[in-house]
Ligand binder design. Structure first.
Ligand code: RTP
Ligand code: MG
Length: 148
């Protein structure tokens, strides 16, 4: 089953949007397999955003992502990588449609609330960067009958 790495950025945590964002992916039908609130070190930020090293905004990007706690997550489900990107909306909130996370909650490109892996390769790289194997939980919600 496909997995992706999603992360509520420091602006999303500060604005109390963790629950809202987790809820959107639960409602959609995806399964949470890992999640933690954490501070990102300078080193991890530079590794995570390595592909943008030469871009003029790299310094700001690293500064922003290390400026406060993030909520890192792994989600599982059919086509979760590309569908999560659709649910997030365009990178620049000026272009992200209403109904998407960035379209509904963000105004500027530097503070766009959420990160999501953009391909299968990035998903696997980012999951391994942020989570140890034992922090990911595989489970079947249909086996227990806790709800009457
Ligand atoms: P992300 O990696 O955060 O999920 O966002 P993305 O794939 O939609 O966008 P990407 O091109 O990977 O850019 C990473 C983050 O860099 C910031 N950015 N700033 N000032 C700028 O022109 C600019 N362009 C990109 C954004 O915060 C973007 O999410
Ligand atoms: Mg990206």
């Amino acid at each position: 089953m496909e997995r992706t790495f999603l992360m509520v950025k420091p602006d999303g945590v500060q604005r109390n949007l963790v629950g809202e964002i987790v809820g959107r992916f639960e409602d959609k039908g995806y399964q949470l397999v890992g999640g933690k609130l954490m501070n990102i070190s300078q080193e991890l930020a530079e590794q995570h955003y390595g592909e943008h090293k030469e871009r003029p905004f790299f310094g700001e990007l690293v500064e922003f992502i290390t400026s406060g706690p993030v909520f890192a997550m792994v989600w599982e489900g059919e086509n979760v990588i590309s569908t999560a990107r659709l649910m997030m909306g365009a990178t620049n909130p000026k272009e992200s449609a209403p109904g998407t996370i960035r379209g509904d909650f963000a105004v500027t490109v530097g503070k766009n609330i959420i990160h999501g892996s953009d391909s299968a390769e990035s998903a696997s790289r980012e999951i391994n960067l942020f989570f140890k194997e034992e922090e990911l939980v595989t489970y079947d919600k249909t086996v227990n009958n806790w709800i009457n």
